[in-house]
Design a protein around this ligand. Structure first.
Ligand code: NAD
Length: 447
């Protein structure tokens, strides 16, 4: 039998692609060597957010007096938090299995290897069997990057995010190497559960790819509450939990903790694709706007493309790829200028569109408004600071970017994405009615 589509990888890109092709009545074979759901569901977004929610419950209970509630002897059980995380993951993985249940869909639980390819068909081997498909979509994802720092490899004190999520007990203390998204989310988790945390970041700022006025609010709060943050500081070597680092001025620092979390980025997984010798690669698999590689019937989506490593980007890329295979009209593309991103710190950061620093050549106006302009924010965020920043094109008055800090901005950044994606002007945004009282009204107040 020849399948219409072979998908390698069952993460957000892979299962979204399979579902879309199945809905169009096409036969699909999907290969997953591990567990359906990929990094996001099993060892990424979902387990992290589940643990972070438990930590937030503990934090809120401890600080309940701010809201006139007395809670004494507040305690937590990390083992129970981990068990609940597992339960959430199991439930969602079962949901993916259910979504792929179809006479047209074969799920192969084995590592796939491309055997050969022509413009007419791709042959794939998995679990000792061969499968033939007209199109191939590579969604093999990424793995945590292990930097070539002496003492990192084979060091039992070193964790990556997968190790951290698997641990059933909290570390006594933690050094986090890399103050990016993973680093700051784990800093939040451990800090809220009382673990002493030090973050070491090589760049002049944590979360260097975000709006720096927003990041400063987070950093100020975290430093005040006891997280040690060292920026412009490079880790030179490790010995167990002992870390030697060097500041930009050349000062040597020695730090020590029970565990060291390495979170310095992720790299594309390309094992099993060796037979595709002519496929163009750089940081990942090179694709065009329709997610097609330089090989006619081979597409790639998600982290393996090395573009923006976010689950929601992966699933949209998969939709675009399958839409192209199905020759759907109009041709779909991804609006890379309107990809929202969220950092699940406490408070959350949510952002979409262009950053001020990238707009030097475009005349623009920057509006900022403290979140305290929202009544709901004030009611629910005692003593917290938040900020909304909107970047507007001076000529056309369109919204180019929105950057926010303050809970629960992750829940309404989609409204800002809509504005950026559709190229709404300030006058058009003004016509939108926001429910009152919600924190989302900040997007109206700022206009
Ligand atoms: P990242 O690129 O976000 O951050 C890595 C950080 O490590 C950077 O700030 C970098 O300057 C720093 N760094 C690199 N080498 C260093 C060194 N030797 N010493 C000190 N600092 C060093 O990568 P990440 O945090 O590992 O996340 C990986 C990917 O997963 C990212 O693409 C991220 O967007 C994604 N992710 C997203 C979410 C989310 O959307 N909430 C959550 C987790 C991960």
């Amino acid at each position: 039998m020849q399948y219409f589509l072979a998908v390698i990888g069952g993460g957000p890109a892979g299962y979204t692609a399979a579902e879309k092709a199945l809905k169009a009545g096409k036969a699909v074979v999907l290969f997953e060597k591990d567990t359906l759901g990929g990094t996001c569901l099993n060892v990424g977004c979902i387990p992290t957010k589940t643990l972070l929610y438990s930590a937030k419950q503990y934090y809120n209970a401890k600080h309940a007096d701010k809201y006139g509630v007395t809670a004494q002897d507040v305690e937590f059980d990390y083992g129970k938090m981990v068990q609940r995380k597992q339960k959430v993951v199991r439930k969602l993985v079962a949901g993916i299995k259910q979504r792929l249940k179809s006479d047209l869909c074969t799920v192969v639980n084995a590592a796939a290897k491309v055997v050969s390819r022509t413009d007419e068909k791709v042959i794939i081997e998995a679990g000792g069997e061969q499968y033939e498909a007209a199109n191939l979509l590579i969604c093999t994802g990424s793995t945590n990057f292990v930097p070539p720092i002496p003492g990192v490899k084979d060091n039992p004190a070193v964790w990556d995010s997968t190790d951290a999520l698997a641990a059933t007990a909290l570390p006594a203390s933690m050094i986090i190497v890399g103050g990016g998204v993973i680093g700051m989310e784990f800093a939040t988790l451990y800090h809220e559960l009382g673990v002493p945390v030090t973050v070491v970041e090589a760049m002049p700022s944590i979360l260097p790819n975000l709006d720096q006025d927003i990041v400063k609010i987070l950093r100020d709060k975290y430093e005040k509450s006891g997280i040690r943050i060292l920026t412009d500081t490079k880790v030179m070597s490790l010995d167990g939990g002992k870390v030697t680092a060097q500041t930009a001025e050349g000062e040597k620092l020695t730090l020590e903790a029970e565990h060291v979390l390495i979170s310095v980025g992720r790299r594309a997984n390309i094992t099993g694709l060796e037979a595709l010798t002519d496929m163009e690669m750089n940081r990942g698999i090179v694709v065009n706007d329709m997610m097609r590689t330089n090989l006619k019937n081979v597409y790639a989506a998600g982290d393996v493309t090395g573009k923006i490593m976010l689950a929601h980007v992966a699933s949209r890329q998969a939709e675009v790829a399958v839409g192209h295979m199905l020759q759907q009209i109009p041709v779909q593309r991804i609006a890379y200028n309107a990809i929202p991103s969220v950092v699940y710190t406490n408070p959350e950061i949510a952002s979409v569109g262009m950053l001020e620093k990238d707009l030097q050549d475009i005349p623009h106006e920057v509006r900022t408004l403290p979140m305290a302009f929202s009544g709901r924010f004030v009611a629910e965020n005692e003593g917290e600071t938040g900020l909304c920043k909107m970047i507007i094109d001076s000529k056309h008055k369109t919204v180019l970017g929105v950057h926010m800090i303050g809970n629960p901005c992750s829940e309404f950044v989609a409204a800002a994405s809509f504005a950026v994606r559709m190229g709404y002007t300030v006058a058009e945004m003004e016509q939108v009615v926001f429910p009152h009282p919600t924190v989302s009204e900040i997007l109206k107040e700022i206009l």
